[in-house]
Design a binder for this molecule. Structure first.
Ligand code: NDP
Length: 445
């Protein structure tokens, strides 16, 4: 890391004590910026780097709610409005017990560059709560969402800040959040949230977009080597929104996904995942992965180790941050893996990324590979603003075009800064320069 960049990183660590995921995300971006600053020193002027690592606004609030037994709970709510250079803050809400300020900050920081890569005029933000929806009734989830939105509503709006889903926040939660927003504001602002239901302003392909995009990115990377996903064995982690639709697109492109997981273990299904059964278990019944194995002869549930112990050609980590460490990377490489496309945000640890890059395999960081979700959210905003709705084929064609453009921008930036094939440098450099140019144009704000 160059001196100037190193100094900014040290300041981030000193100012944000204990927020290790945020430090990790900032380090990964700053590390890539050495060659960019060397070529364009003006990006280090006007404290631009110091400004880009500091959120424009951080909101933290109490979320009291009452469970079905009448007991009162107090959760914590967050919204980090990180950077609005390119447009309204945009990024999901995560409901998971592990959520804290550092996690939301890391996600918000990543979102700035991811959103810039989509070229759609959206700034970066993220939010959530340490509320755990697992095992809660619909009525409890509704009361929690209503309490959460009662505070959040004053900070968001279609031209200000537009949240969406993330871990623990899917169509059900977005529905309850939107209902409460509408009630508080007495205004049908469809563009205030994305990931909405199709009957009330949602976009076709938004549900599928992140998983589809991750696989399309893998396909684009393979194409640079004259290969494709056809006939490849694919390892997927997670069994939520991103994982399910990554499996669907991989199957459509002729690959065979053989694994998925949740926090209770992972499943190996050598015959290829039965997607209809997986959707029934996870999307309809909100069950555990063991429920799939019970109904699927030949599939096995493994409760120790990780999905990365299974040999395969392509790995799609689609669960959560730091789920794939250095040892897992070595095991994956030994098992013959030649492509990693991150569906989750920062799922590979720095040691894992280093191992992949040293081995020279195709590795795509989440901020590029999973940008299809937020890109389609921006398409949803566009449809809401025009009071129109595109059909599935139109929306999917736009998603495919955007993923191809992101891939090509990463390739071009990696070449420009002297590291061809380095998608980490490419994504960070391409995303950063788009945001930085506009921050310079807007002056010191
Ligand atoms: P979901 O809540 O739909 O699914 C998450 C899946 O990952 C579940 O199977 C969950 O298992 C598993 N998981 C979550 N945390 C852990 C953990 N700590 N240990 C083990 N398993 C875990 O979330 P999404 O699919 O929406 O999100 C997955 C990832 O993709 C996240 O990193 C998210 O930030 C990222 N992402 C999502 C986008 C979207 O559009 N939804 C857009 C871009 C990125 P369990 O149910 O047992 O907890």
């Amino acid at each position: 890391m160059q001196d100037v960049v190193e100094k900014v990183y040290e300041q981030v660590v000193a100012r944000n004590r204990g927020e290790v995921e945020f430090h990790q995300a900032v380090h990964e971006v700053l590390e890539s910026l050495g060659p960019v600053i060397a070529k364009h020193p003006h990006y280090a002027e006007g404290a631009l780097l110091e400004r880009i690592v500091e959120p424009e606004r951080q909101i933290m609030f109490r979320v009291p709610w009452v469970d079905d037994a009448g007991q009162v709970h107090v959760n914590r709510g967050f919204r980090i409005e990180f950077n609005s250079a390119l447009g309204p803050y945009k990024g999901g809400l995560r409901f998971h017990p592990s959520v804290n300020a550092g996690i939301i900050k890391f996600l918000g920081f990543e979102q700035i560059f991811k959103n810039a890569l989509t070229a759609q005029g959206i700034g970066g933000g993220k939010g959530g709560s340490d509320f755990d929806p697992h095992g809660r009734s619909d009525a409890e989830v509704m009361r929690f969402c209503q309490s959460f939105m009662t505070e959040l509503a004053r900070h968001i709006g279609p031209s200000t800040d537009v949240p969406a889903g993330d871990i623990g926040v899917g169509g059900r939660e977005i529905g309850y959040l939107f209902g409460q927003y509408k009630r508080l504001r007495n205004s049908y602002d469809a563009g205030v949230l994305t990931g909405k239901g199709l009957a009330w302003g949602g976009s076709l392909v938004r549900t599928e977009a992140t998983g589809y995009g991750t696989v399309l990115f893998a396909q684009s990377m393979l194409a640079t080597k004259g290969e494709s996903l056809e006939g490849k064995k694919v390892l997927v982690s997670g069994a939520g929104n991103v994982a399910i639709y990554a499996i669907e697109k991989a199957q459509q492109l002729g690959a065979t996904p053989i694994t998925f997981s949740d926090s209770s273990g992972y499943v190996v299904d050598e015959a290829g995942v039965d997607l209809e059964l997986l959707k029934q278990v996870k999307e309809v019944e909100r069950g555990r992965v063991a429920d799939y194995v019970e109904r699927r002869p030949g599939a096995r549930l493994v409760t120790g180790g990780s999905v990365w112990d299974v040999p395969g050609d392509v790995a799609l980590p689609c669960a959560t941050q730091n789920e794939l460490d250095g040892d897992a990377a070595v095991t994956l490489l030994r098992g013959g893996c030649g492509v990693v496309s991150e569906g989750a945000n920062m799922p590979s640890t720095p040691e894992a990324v280093e191992a992949f890059q040293k081995a020279g395999i195709l590795f795509a960081p989440g901020k590029a590979a999973n940008a299809g979700g937020v890109a389609t959210s921006a398409l949803e905003m566009e449809q809401n603003a025009g009071r129109t709705r595109w059909d599935f084929a139109t929306a999917e064609a736009k998603l495919t075009g955007i993923m191809t453009d992101i891939h090509d921008s990463c390739v071009a930036a990696a070449e420009e800064y002297g590291r061809p094939g380095d998608y980490v440098l490419g994504a960070n450099a391409a995303g950063f320069t788009r945001v930085a140019d506009v921050m310079i144009a807007h002056g010191i704000v």
